[in-house]
Design a protein around this ligand. Structure first.
Ligand code: DAH
Length: 339
């Protein structure tokens, strides 16, 4: 009898099942009413009284062992089943969401690239400035209404601490510490106390350019800006310079490019004029050079300044400047692949 129990024990130990049905077969074989372990209990009647204790214990141990084994096999298949219903492990994973660069950064980088190929390097200056760098050194006379014209945000008065209203201030910072030749552009954020609308914002971005050396002429200015316009808006682009006024340049001009949307024929973007105004420029006023201790008899220069928002809006047909600052990913996502 004990040998029979041992043989059954080994059989149970070796038993394997690869489906739920096979587990059920094992249960029937070993522990159902007609199973081989149950039959041991029938045979138990014939065991001699001296052996009853030992045999009885052995049968019980075997029965418990078989029950445990069959239950754990059952559980394993039930868990595998619930896994199967939810997850297909062969499915590809969720893609990582990648960000895109801001349209203003894309256009800024493109402009930096164009001027880089023309030999201009990049510098930056502080956003919090003083009166000297934003106005006085740029030839704005004291009490000149231009300070009001540009709607300055003042942080402190007397001495004035203010948020720069244009990146022209970086011209001064650079010329104060560098003697010509200087060929640089200055990208950065500027601030004006203006009502926010579809066309204007109190924070926006500019790129300023400065070229100072011996014999720099208005022809150099024109050629540089023509090359820039062609690279940014396409080979067929034309430019025109209209006389204008800025305190820091003499003569001064505003530059238009032929409308890249209608090719100059006239459309609602260029207000049927065929031209789009994109920047201010001129020959650096000798007073500005002298304010920075640069000899205006020896050196001349040109400067220009443009708004990145405006150029980006023209480039992509964006109708409202506020989109740039709302950070709606549905808006921001559209641009990287368009470059
Ligand atoms: N600073 C001017 C503005 O914010 C733009 C500008 C005009 C810059 C003419 C220049 C320039 O360097 O020569 O409106």
């Amino acid at each position: 009898m004990l040998e029979k129990i041992k043989a059954l024990q080994e059989e149970v130990e070796k038993a394997v099942a690869s489906t739920k049905e096979e587990v059920e077969e094992l249960r029937l074989k070993f522990i159902s009413k007609k199973g081989s372990i149950s039959q041991l209990f029938d045979d138990f009647k014939n065991v001699s009284p001296e052996q009853k204790k030992e045999v009885g214990q052995a049968i019980n141990t075997l029965k418990n062992f078989a029950l445990e084994k069959i239950n754990s096999l059952k559980e394993a298949f039930e868990n595998a089943d619930s896994n199967n219903t939810g997850t297909d492990l062969s499915m590809p994973g969720e893609p990582l969401k990648l960000g895109t660069r801001h349209p203003l950064s894309l256009v800024k980088n493109e402009i930096i690239g164009i001027f880089g190929r023309l030999g201009f390097t990049v510098a930056e200056g502080p956003e919090i400035e003083d009166d000297w760098h934003v106005f006085s050194a740029l030839n704005f006379p004291p009490e000149h209404p231009a300070r009001d014209m540009q709607d300055t945000f003042f942080i402190e008065k007397n001495p004035d601490v203010l948020l720069r209203t244009h990146t022209s201030s970086v011209q001064i910072r650079v010329m104060e510490r560098t003697q010509p030749p200087i060929r640089m552009i200055f990208p950065g954020r500027v601030f004006r106390n203006e009502a926010i609308s579809a066309r204007s914002h109190c924070i926006f971005h500019q790129i300023e350019g400065l070229y100072v050396d011996e014999n720099v002429s208005f022809a150099d200015l024109k050629q540089t800006l023509l090359q820039f316009a062609k690279e940014l808006f396409g080979e067929g682009t034309q430019i025109r310079l209209r006389p204008s006024y800025f305190p820091f340049t003499e003569p001064s001009a505003e530059m238009d490019v032929s409308c890249s949307i209608c090719g100059g024929k006239g459309c609602n973007v260029c207000k049927y004029s065929g031209w789009l105004e994109i920047l201010g420029c001129g020959m650096v006023d000798p007073n500005v050079l002298e304010a920075c201790n640069i000899d205006s008899k020896k050196y001349t220069g040109f400067a220009f300044g443009m708004g990145i928002e405006r150029i980006t809006m023209l480039r992509y047909g964006i109708k409202d400047i506020r989109h740039f600052f709302e950070n709606d990913v549905r808006f921001l996502k559209q641009f990287e692949s368009a470059m």
